[in-house]
Design a protein around this ligand. Structure first.
Ligand SMILES: [Mg+2]
Length: 389
């Protein structure tokens, strides 16, 4: 634990309650993956549709948030639909208002448009970035202060045409200082059993988790859990369909491996149901999937109360949404697992169009000390990635 290092407060803080949001800017970009990104559900992807929201104010200071149009596993959003929702439905609840009216604004957004966490994530995080920048403090100070100086990430081992490539990927991550692997499974149960054993034998000290991205049937999932139980699996993530929470609860009763909820967990009501059914012992949040810092924090508190472990995640994201997770984690006093929150900046994405990417030391992502999220877009590089819709 360490004390927060407060930045000097700007001289113009008197009157910041009079600052008003003047414009909601949307910035759609297509970020290339380093290599085709393959998980068990959906075809391999070559690019990641990403949307930044930049809130402008009459003080000349802006706030930034990031979301994605993931388009599978519970995400129905496209870049065009995100922009339409933000510009036509949500933005009118922001312009003319104080960025410090966040709770009221977020409640109004909920009344204006059901769920829609992917759109609200970028807005909520941009509001927090803006508040931090206006006050001259990092977002974790707004959330109650710094409890840690870094957040440890796991390595995500995506599905490769040849498992030897996955092993090369694992060795490269291990050599960089990563001690936790999330191994993507779900297409071929026999191969998954064999490969999990190979990974365990090659890395006897690693924390090993598997993730099927909701692609397995119940029987295959039950078989996989039974057969890999001897290999010391820390958690099995979202093996079966996101709608089958009762099936997850039945699997949980049959296995000693802790199950993790990801795709089946969007809202706080989803989490309540998971808790009531005891369908998972670990939860994963993502900035886009769960509606940004504002809502993820609520989910973490609920999960913690229910005795669940917390696994900070993300869709592959640039430093902006990665910083959102790191800021939330920085202010969290409890335990956190090594999560895949940094999958985008640890190899999955080929571009990180920010002025100063987050700093990594081994598997640690250091908590930024600058105001707000601590990350600024590089507008020249953004221009090259921007898509016209
Ligand atoms: Mg997942």
């Amino acid at each position: 634990m360490s004390e927060a290092t407060l930045q000097p407060v700007p001289a113009n803080t008197t009157g910041i309650d009079r600052v008003r949001i003047t414009q909601v800017e949307v910035i759609p970009v297509r970020i290339p993956f380093s290599a085709p990104f393959k998980i068990a559900s959906g075809a391999a992807r070559l690019t990641n549709d990403t949307l930044y929201v930049r809130l402008h104010t009459d003080a000349g200071i802006t706030g930034l948030g990031e979301t994605q149009a993931w388009r599978r596993q519970g995400s129905v959003e496209t870049l065009a639909s995100l922009i339409a929702a933000i510009e036509t439905i949500l933005a009118p609840h922001l312009t003319g208002r104080s960025p410090f009216a966040m709770n009221a604004i977020m409640a109004d957004l909920d009344e204006a448009l059901y769920n829609s966490f992917y759109a609200k994530a970028a807005i909520g995080d941009a509001l927090m970035d803006l508040q931090g920048k206006l006050l001259g403090v990092p977002v974790h100070v707004l959330l109650g202060g710094r409890c840690r100086d870094w957040l440890e990430a796991c390595a995500v081992l995506s599905i490769k045409p040849d498992f030897a490539e996955t092993m090369d990927q694992a060795r490269a991550f291990w050599d960089r200082g990563f001690t936790s692997f999330t191994f993507k499974v779900g297409l071929d149960t026999d191969a998954d059993i064999r490969n999990t054993r190979t990974l365990r034998e090659a890395f006897p000290d690693a924390i090993l988790r598997i993730d099927a991205n909701a692609a397995m049937g119940f029987d295959a999932a039950a078989t996989l859990l039974e057969r890999i139980a001897p290999y010391g699996i820390d958690a099995a993530e979202q093996l079966i369909a996101l709608w089958d929470v009762e099936g997850m609860a039945e699997l949980a009763r049959r296995t000693t491996i802790p199950l993790m909820a990801d795709e089946c967990l969007g809202s706080d009501h989803d989490l309540m149901r998971i808790i009531q059914l005891r369908a998972a012992r670990v939860l994963q949040t993502k900035v886009a999937k769960n509606g940004g810092i504002h809502r993820s924090r609520h989910l973490w508190a609920l999960a913690h109360t229910a005795g669940m472990r917390i696994y900070p995640g993300n869709h592959p994201s640039t430093s902006v949404a990665t910083a959102s997770v790191v800021q939330l984690a920085a202010a969290w006093p409890g335990a956190l697992l090594h999560g895949p929150f940094a999958v985008g900046i640890t190899g999955a994405l080929a571009a990180d169009p920010v002025e100063q990417p987050l700093t990594m030391q081994g598997n640690r992502v250091l908590v930024p000390k600058g105001p707000g999220l601590g990350v600024t877009l590089d507008d020249d590089r953004i221009a090259a990635l921007r898509v016209d819709l």
